[in-house]
Design a protein around this ligand. Sequence first.
Ligand code: DLL
Length: 433
Amino acid sequence: MERKYFQPEIETMPREEIKKHQLEKLKWQVRRIYENVPMYKERMDDAGVKPKDIKELSDISKLPFTTKQDLRDYYPFQLLAVHKRDIVRIQASSGTTGKQIVAGYTRNDLDQWSNGFARQLVAAGGDEKSIVQVSYGYGLFTGGLGAHQGSEKVGAMVIPTSSGNTERQIRFMCDLGSTHLCCTPSYAMYLGETVKEMGVKNQLKLKAGIFGAEPWTEEMRKQIEESLGIKAYDIYGLTEIMGPGVSYECEYQQGMHICEDMIIPEIIDPDTGEVLPEGSFGELVLSTITKEGQPLLRYRTRDLCRLDYTPCACGRTHVRMRKPAGRTDDMLIIRGVNVFPSQIEEVLLRNSIEVSPNYQIVVDRVNNTDTFDINVELSPKFNGDVEAEKKNLETQLRSMLGIGAKIHLLRPKSIERSEGKARRVIDNRKLHD
Ligand code: DLL
């Protein structure tokens, strides 16, 4: 019989029990952090809050926030709550701006993280007979090793191809009969494109894909599913908390279940820091309540989403987060208007017969005015009027964004493909600051 959950007793735990478990772990975590991490002790003292003040779950809002800047300021080991010798792995993220940040994991932390990913693989129909091709990059980025160790935990056969060397990837996929593919959605799009060119779609044994690490739209999901003949699942995570597996989709795909036995989520107003009522849209804040190595309290992810506490048909009781709509720091402000790359992607994918979803946004400032250009590839089948298509896209974008952008339609394959996270935005304004 097909396995439904990886850890049924945890994944379907009644909500009252989840809350009890969370309160117990939160008290434990706050106490040890206060005793072992000087930054937190100082901040809690400044805020006049002691570990004994955490009496119920809502007391979490008394605790100070943690930001990415803190991870930079206390780089590399000053936020560890254990001795360095207990750390068995370092993962890091460079980001597009700023200094490196690192995250240290104990053996137990790695085991828990593996459980997070394993829950996703099983939810995506995986089991010990599955053949999982991991095409996320291996190394300091958490995608490769996270998917790898989680799949091994399920007992699947893992093919650690990492990203790149696309035709060879696809040969392996056909020859070894990979059933599950793990990579970024942009790389999945590229793989789908190459499968088509190689004419090998009928040789694939793929059933499902586990894609994350960057925002992607429902339209992109449809294209990937179509090109590879699979069901595509969304997985979320971040280096600072744990890589892929912080949250994951079940077969109903109505948001990603957050591993609430390990993490307490909150939604705050990104401007005021105030906790918002259930169901509100805002910034996701995460507290790691079981992590030993580098636990974080109220970490501001910068990701914007909504939490959904309504029951899920899959039987899992852990809260679902809606697909992050963007990041507070990804948001572009162009001529005073807030623009998220995901809005542009949505328009392009709506027009997928005429254009491909490969695009790049270029923003600059000329004579104190922002310029806003979007390079888009025409689809290989396009045989219409280029000028008319350009006008059509410009009109749709104006109505979506509220400001005008200049569209440049390019020949197919002229924008560089991504093997990891796609780089969609080139903001030249920063260079002049
Ligand atoms: O991207 C971890 C990961 C690897 C997740 C593989 C999923 C799969 P970072 O490089 O630290 O870690 O980037 C974290 O990526 O704060 C989000 O802004 C974004 N992100 C991650 N997953 C998703 C997703 C990994 N499913 C940052 N949808 C996060 C939208 C995502 N954005």
